[in-house]
Design a protein around this ligand. Structure first.
Ligand code: ADP
Length: 502
């Protein structure tokens, strides 16, 4: 018997699957990534084939082990993180999927959600789950699947079918069908989970017609989730960490206490603010969700989404041809004093946290004959920072939770100018680790803490490297006060414009 040498993290994302191996110091040893097909059977539908997800996971695990020249018996534990809310139904006995998975982006249940709101169900949904009646979450997707075929409903009631988010689907397959379980962070995104009970909510299950027999058991994120079936990779390794992607990223950053927050600056931006063991007061336009405590305990967080972030830079590059590459935005923004009075609100697809106005559309305010390309580019970067500050203010203002620091990841977080500007408009430090794969690192860290392979939750992962810290500059107070005031005026104008929409 050789001593275990590594942790394996599986990061099953919306467009691809990644396997990451880290050593006892939390240093990356090897990784592998593979995309898998997306299915768009109708304009409002997005589906994944659970078998294609599975095949991609098996492939990247084998590839990462081969690259590291490791065997499954060298692994101490496996951690899983995943695209959240995506809904899978499969046969308990055979492990065969009952059909395609309905992806979080899928909007086919929009009318059902509108009917729930019209019937006055929103209040109790929000009170129990911290979420809103939106197609994004799993419950109406599962309801849709069960209603699509009477045979499925009957078999679900008989206990022959399993429901799960992608974590549960992978756990079932990885354990050779022995374990049907999920963790609290994933469960908290289904619309079937009661934050107060820390378990499935029987009233909500009844509301969505979900037979309790098909639900996975809910465990803490660093708990034991069974062992890999030995014939799969060649050894029985414990699965010891499971969390949804956003929560795993926060855990990867080391954000496990009230006031710690992370923002992922990608196409959109995804913000999570830890609020400690207790649920904070309800904040309009902000979701309440489960995040991990130091040892993966189910604690609470606020979550927000900025629908367009880096996508605004993409648009300036590909739509208007103002940039050759996204990276150019940094030097251009730094090369001008300010935006020359320009405010750009890139609400191309509506406004997210805290406004949630789907009818809003983008606008550029304050154009003059003196407006240059650099002004517009800088305004697009400023928009990411202002929208983030606005969402964080919505979360911290009424709740009394004080922001400690903001941790940054995602493609646009490579932009130093943006993070400095962000620190200024927040009046708080912004911290960027050297690592980029925070989601996978979070899953590895959960598995390491859960299995005891890492010395404890305080052990920093070597892969995070020496973080770059952006402290508020001398001008921060003016930047914050004047900048945010102008941003708010622009957003108000946009909302007013959306109000008049037919
Ligand atoms: P996602 O995972 O959402 O697809 P990424 O995290 O890979 O996205 O980030 C890509 C986004 O970040 C793109 O929208 C791109 O325009 C933006 N981006 C990448 N590099 C920079 C940069 N240096 N400055 C500003 N935005 C950038």
């Amino acid at each position: 018997m050789t001593a275990a040498r590594a942790l394996l993290a599986i990061d099953q994302g919306t467009t691809g699957s990644r396997a990451l191996l880290v050593d006892r110091e939390g240093r990356e040893i090897a990784s592998a990534y593979r995309e898998f097909p997306q299915h768009f059977p109708a304009p409002d539908r997005v589906e994944h084939d659970p078998e294609e997800i599975w095949a991609s996971v098996v492939a990247v695990v084998r590839e990462a082990l081969a690259r590291a020249d490791l065997a499954a018996r060298d692994l101490a534990a496996v951690g899983i993180t995943n695209q959240r809310e995506t809904t899978v139904v499969w046969e308990r006995g055979s492990g065969r999927p009952a059909g395609r998975a309905i992806v979080w982006q899928d909007r086919r249940t929009a009318a059902r959600c509108a009917a729930l709101r019209a019937a006055g169900e929103e209040e109790r949904i929000r009170a129990a789950t911290g979420l809103v009646a939106d197609p994004y979450f799993s419950a109406t997707k599962l309801e849709w699947i069960l209603e699509s075929d009477p045979d499925l409903r009957w078999r679900a009631e008989a206990g022959d079918l399993c429901f799960g988010t992608v974590d549960a689907w992978l756990i079932h397959r990885l354990t050779g069908g022995r374990v049907h379980a999920t963790d609290h962070t994933n469960a908290s995104r289904t619309l079937l989970y009661s934050l107060a009970r820390g378990d499935w909510d029987p009233d909500l299950c009844a509301l969505f017609g979900v037979p309790p027999a098909m639900l996975p058991e809910i465990r803490p994120s660093a708990a034991a989730f069974g062992e890999l079936a030995p014939d799969l990779f060649g050894a029985a390794v414990p699965i010891h960490g499971v969390a949804g992607d956003q929560q795993a990223a926060l855990y990867g950053h080391g954000g496990t206490r009230a006031g710690e927050a992370k923002n992922t600056y990608g196409t959109g931006a995804f913000l999570v603010l830890h609020t400690g063991p207790e649920r904070g007061p309800d904040v309009p336009g902000v979701l309440t969700t489960v995040a991990c405590g130091p040892r993966g305990e189910p604690e609470r967080a606020y979550e927000g989404s900025i629908l367009v972030a880096g996508a605004a830079i993409q648009w300036l590059r590909d739509g208007l041809g103002l940039l050759a590459a996204a990276e150019e935005s940094e030097a251009l923004a730094a090369g001008v004093e300010d935006t020359g009075g320009v405010v750009f609100v890139p609400a191309f697809a509506g406004l997210g946290t805290p406004h949630w106005e789907p009818a809003a559309r983008g606008a550029v305010f304050g154009l003059t004959r003196g407006t240059e390309r650099a002004h517009l580019v800088r305004a697009a970067l400023e928009a990411m920072a202002f929208a983030t500050a606005e969402a964080l203010e919505a979360m911290t203002g009424p709740s009394g939770v004080r922001l400690a620091a903001l941790r940054a990841d995602g493609g646009a977080a490579r932009n130093d100018w943006l993070l400095q500007f962000q620190a200024d408009v927040l009046g708080h430090e912004v911290i960027r680790p050297a690592a980029t794969e925070l989601t996978a690192l979070g899953a590895a860290r959960l598995a390491g803490v859960g299995s005891g392979f890492l010395s404890g939750p305080e052990q920093p992962l070597a892969a995070l490297g020496t973080p770059r810290r952006f402290a508020p500059s001398r001008e921060w107070e003016t930047r914050r006060r004047e900048g945010l005031a102008r941003w708010r005026r622009a957003v108000d104008a946009l909302l007013h414009w959306a109000d008049g929409a037919p």
